[in-house]
Design a protein around this ligand. Structure first.
Ligand SMILES: [Fe+2]
Length: 235
């Protein structure tokens, strides 16, 4: 049983399309939309291919039209700008798919129990917890699972607590660990493997540039994709 873990696709279709790993099952760990300019293709792929998919904070923000200050700058500005853009790209079926994504999901596959949550079990949508074994240990108390699969930080992580493994596959569509390649993970017969794949960043940038975003926001999006993380300065 080979399970593909994908997180934080963020409307980056060229990145998602570059992942050619065969799989028996696929878990999508939230944030299908915002930051990128190809929301519809990403949602269609997940709807057709994911065995299970959960809600990320950006899926929630788009569906609930969460307000963000237009002058917030940085990632918040990019989210604010791409929220209405992505919403316009989605038809009623795609919007309904996003709206129905559960916040968490637990399922048994190949004899292993998987708990899926975008951020943390304590705060499923928003809490930002990186490589903090003590913090994760506290948050996994009471969670009965062989594998807890998360996203949200856009940085790969693998921690083991007794019989429970915590896996963050990193981000497909907007990596933030300095490596711009699309990130994903595979759990095959209980063994975890992290992978990176090069994709057509120029195509993702072109899509953003052609979407009508203002120059400053488009520049920020482009630099983030090309650098594998946040730009150090904003021009
Ligand atoms: Fe994200």
């Amino acid at each position: 049983m080979k399970i593909l873990l994908l997180a934080d696709i963020h409307a980056n279709w060229p990145a998602l399309a570059a992942i050619r790993e065969p799989f028996d099952a696929c878990f999508c760990l939230g944030d299908l939309v915002e930051y990128g300019a190809d929301a519809a293709s990403c949602i269609d792929w997940v709807q057709q291919n994911a065995t299970a998919a959960i809600r990320g904070n950006h899926d929630h923000a788009l569906i609930e039209a969460v307000p963000t200050k237009p002058t917030a700058g940085g990632m918040k500005q990019l989210a604010w700008a791409t929220r209405p853009l992505n919403r316009r790209q989605l038809n009623s079926r795609q919007l309904k798919f996003l709206a129905r994504l559960p916040v968490t999901q637990t399922l048994v596959l190949g004899g292993k129990r998987f708990h899926l949550v975008h951020a943390t079990p304590r705060d499923p949508l928003d809490e930002y917890l990186q490589d903090d074994p003590q913090g994760w240990n506290a948050r996994l108390q009471g969670v009965e699972a062989d594998f807890v699969c998360v996203g949200h930080t856009h940085i790969p992580l693998h921690l083991t607590f007794g019989d429970t493994q915590l896996i963050n596959p990193g981000s497909v569509g907007q990596p933030r660990d300095g490596d711009p390649r699309a990130a994903y993970a595979v759990v095959e017969d209980g063994v975890v493997r992290f992978e990176r794949v090069e994709y057509d960043i120029d195509a993702a940038v072109e899509s953003i540039r052609n979407s009508g975003l203002d120059e400053k926001t488009a520049w920020y999006a482009e630099q983030t994709l090309r650098n594998g993380g946040r730009p150090t300065s904003v021009s």
